[in-house]
Design a protein around this ligand. Structure first.
Ligand SMILES: [Zn+2]
Length: 129
């Protein structure tokens, strides 16, 4: 790597590090999209489990909020699944998106089958304490 490449790489990392944690709120749209007030549509990116949540059709059209960082023009990188970063608003309350197995009483952060009994988990957003 020559000096010039090194310098531009370092600058790129600096820009990434400088992109601050922020929240975006809008309407959840199908295919990991968020429509902001005013109609701008942002593409959401994240880890595998975050993408499972963003692909959950039960969330489409809801008043939705994500926490993360802008990573490229029009793209927003959502925080990793273990960090509270996916919320919806219902009756004026901000609820963290979560899933619940009503057989095993097991809560998870991404949709899918319960790891214990293999039943499809229920969407069960709840207030963060
Ligand atoms: Zn279960």
């Amino acid at each position: 790597m020559d000096r010039r490449t090194l310098l531009s790489t370092l600058l790129a990392f600096r820009v990434l590090a400088a992109s601050e944690l922020q929240t975006l709120r809008g309407r959840k749209r199908a295919g990991a999209k968020l429509e902001l007030p005013g109609g701008v549509v942002i593409t959401l990116a994240g880890d595998d489990e975050t993408m499972l949540v963003l692909g959950d059709a039960r969330l489409d059209g809801l008043d939705f909020e994500v926490a993360g960082r802008r990573s490229a023009p029009g793209v927003f990188q959502v925080e990793p699944i273990h960090i509270p970063a996916l919320f919806l608003y219902r009756d004026g309350k901000r609820l963290r998106v979560s899933y619940w197995c009503d057989v095993c009483y097991i809560r998870t952060w991404a949709p899918g089958l319960c790891w214990c009994c293999r039943k499809e988990t229920l969407l069960d957003p709840r207030e963060e304490s």
